[in-house]
Design a protein around this ligand. Structure first.
Ligand SMILES: NC(=O)c1ccc[n+]([C@@H]2O[C@H](COP(=O)([O-])OP(=O)(O)OC[C@H]3O[C@@H](n4cnc5c(N)ncnc54)[C@H](O)[C@@H]3O)[C@@H](O)[C@H]2O)c1
Length: 427
């Protein structure tokens, strides 16, 4: 029986991973949890049936208790990953480490080094690599059906409500407390570009800014919280409409409502609007992360890629267009369709991913597939995984170089030089 400890029993650590691991009870047992939120700790102690002495309300006591399982799931907030991962590796845990590895590239490299030294697996939760959707795209590119890949264009439609929830009111609103938007939201996209292109990234440049969610755009009569705001009916970002009116008469409320309150109900959400950060005016939060950003990447062999993230879309989805010399590919995660155009035969092949995948829960099925493959790896039924610390550090490097470029008005950054300058600081 494989044993698992979880540090950070929030949306990812508990709702996504813990709850699914409980379903795999024939092969996995959760033996310890740690969370600074005592309500959550109690709730998951009961839910997962864990001995009270293995439930910790602080990380110091948790790590002092020694190695309590084979695997440690690190699902705390971005800036704590380094401490929790390093302590976990020191004790001999294999890690399932939430992305980003760390907002500091120096710390990413240090975790990579420690994992090698301790000979432990560190699987970074780049869950999109595990989805049947992106695996199909990767197969098509690797089969050479599109010929030589010349350019890749990727677009992340964040969703206006998702931006407001996570990146204006929520955990990832301020890069000083967490990570810059391009790392927090788009390290998946950079990872996909590296993986699909299978080329070395050489140079990066980027532009972007926080243009809308700031004090100067707050309507004259708006108040600090939506519940007593006179102009809320004219605002698309009204928290009362989103969290309260939309949940009337609804049961089994999941994400993002369970981020606002534990076991959400309409009544609990209504109450939270008076005190929770999720009830604040979007023009009156301590946010600084961008609401739109573009990144250009020069890969080896003259392959170019561009990635755009933008808050202002109705839905939350990604599109990808891959331009090859003998065909192109268009993919859309909203429609779950991949279309391959063959230039020679002038024919289109439409692949409906709903026909090759039956579980779309949690990142289009990627969350559960990743967990199952990680378990198979630890049971020696697999020899490697699609995501690893080595592969992930490269995507994090692109994100941090893109952020450095954005802050320097689009200056071109050479990735080898950038990495070298960082390595020098930790030698
Ligand atoms: N792989 C993905 O696609 C994906 C998606 C969303 C979030 N994430 C990442 O997952 C991580 C967790 O995000 P989340 O959405 O679950 O956030 P969350 O706020 O729901 O959960 C974090 C939990 O950690 C706890 N915590 C905070 N500091 C702690 C400490 N020092 N010791 C112990 N517990 C502590 C909090 O109380 C909370 O319960 C973040 O790094 C985030 O960037 C990854």
């Amino acid at each position: 029986m494989l044993t698992v400890a979880i540090i950070g029993t929030g949306s990812r650590g508990a709702t996504t991973y813990g709850d699914y691991l409980v379903e795999l009870k024939d092969k996995v047992k959760i033996t310890a949890i740690c969370d600074i939120d005592k309500n959550k700790l109690k709730y998951y102690q009961n839910k997962y049936q864990i001995d009270k002495k293995y439930c910790f309300d602080n990380s110091v006591d948790f790590f002092k208790a020694g190695k309590l399982a084979d695997v440690l799931v690190v699902a705390t907030l971005d800036k704590d990953h380094y401490d929790h991962a390093m302590n976990g590796l020191e004790l001999g845990y294999h890690l399932l480490l939430e992305k980003p590895i760390s907002p500091s590239i120096e710390e990413c490299v240090a975790i990579e080094k420690k994992a090698k030294e301790k000979n432990r697996y560190v699987v970074v939760c780049h869950v999109l690599r595990y989805t049947p959707f992106y695996r199909k795209i990767k197969d098509i590119v690797d089969s050479n059906r599109l010929g030589r890949i010349i350019h890749i264009q990727s677009l992340e439609n964040v969703g206006y409500w998702h931006q407001a929830h996570s990146f204006v009111r929520g955990n990832w609103k301020n890069s000083i407390e967490t990570a810059p938007m391009i790392l927090a939201k788009c390290c998946h996209d950079m990872d996909l570009l590296n993986w699909i292109s299978n080329k070395k990234p050489l140079q990066v440049s980027s532009f972007g800014s926080l243009s809308y969610f700031k004090k100067e755009n707050k309507p004259k009569d708006a108040s600090a919280r939506c519940y007593d705001c006179k102009v809320r009916k004219t605002c698309p970002y009204d928290a009362i409409r989103y969290y309260v009116e939309n949940t009337k008469d609804k049961e089994n409320l999941g994400w993002p409502y369970d981020v606002v309150v534990l076991e959400p109900t309409n009544e609990k959400l209504k109450e939270a609007m008076k005190t929770s950060p999720y009830g604040k005016c979007v023009f009156d939060c301590d946010n600084n992360v961008v609401d739109h950003q573009v990144v250009n990447i020069q890969y080896e062999d003259e392959l170019t890629a561009s990635h755009t993230m933008c808050a202002f879309s109705k839905d939350c989805y990604r599109t990808l267009k891959i331009f090859g010399t003998t065909g192109d590919l268009e993919a859309n995660t909203l429609t779950n369709q991949i279309i391959v155009h063959d230039f020679l035969t002038n024919s289109d092949d439409l692949i409906d991913v709903t026909k090759i995948n039956d579980d779309f829960t949690g990142h289009m099925g990627g969350d559960h597939i990743m967990l199952n493959e990680f378990i198979a790896l630890l049971e020696n039924k697999k020899t490697s995984l699609d995501s690893s610390i080595e592969k992930s550090v490269s995507s994090h490097l692109i994100c941090m170089a893109a952020e450095a470029s954005r802050l320097e008005k689009g200056k071109v950054i050479n990735l080898d030089d950038y990495k070298e300058s960082i390595l020098k600081t930790i030698e």
